[in-house]
Design a protein around this ligand. Structure first.
Ligand SMILES: [Zn+2]
Length: 167
């Protein structure tokens, strides 16, 4: 996980032109797909100097004229390549985690990533009376993590949760 960094604002005209060359502005109702660099999971990237930033953060900053830091830029459209400012909203890290979980993405519990489908599978096995230890072995997940994944507290509900990780 990389730390959320402030953006190097203000942006100069050549940087803005370079950024805009990687997508086409279109109708505000549809996604504007980032065609520049991206991670294998489709998160758009944009380099400024030696640092790589999440492209939707830059898009948000360009549109609103201010750095979203320390907030996270989240998508209403769930498309990590989208840089349409109308599809971007600001949330805390906790908001982002909760949103991702609600959309079927994994959450980090302790050091492990837990997926919603795992939690569904665990619930099913429990309903069938399979012992906790057997479930733990089958999923390769520790008992504490399993209990938290089923009952909470979820990472975003704990006050100690770090606000500045990732995205
Ligand atoms: Zn979109």
């Amino acid at each position: 996980m990389s730390k959320l960094r402030p953006l190097p604002m203000p942006f100069d005209a050549s940087l803005i032109n370079r950024f805009r060359s990687f997508y086409a502005e279109g109708d505000l109702e549809v996604c504007w797909g980032w065609e520049g660099a991206a991670t294998p999971r489709g998160r758009g990237h944009f380099g400024i100097g030696d640092t790589t930033y999440y492209a939707p953060r830059i898009a948000y900053a360009l549109h609103h004229g201010s750095d979203p830091h320390p907030y996270h830029v989240c998508h209403t459209c769930d498309n990590p390549r989208c840089v349409n400012p109308k599809h971007l909203w600001l949330g805390t890290h906790a908001d982002n985690m909760r949103d991702r979980w609600a959309k079927g993405k994994g959450m980090t519990q302790g050091r492990r990533k837990v997926w919603q489908k795992d939690v569904e599978g665990i619930k099913r096995l429990r309903a069938e009376g399979v012992p906790w230890r057997a479930i733990s072995a089958r999923f390769g997940i520790g008992l504490t993590t399993i209990r938290r994944a089923l009952k909470g507290p979820y990472p975003w509900e704990t006050s100690t949760y770090e606000q500045s990780d990732s995205q």
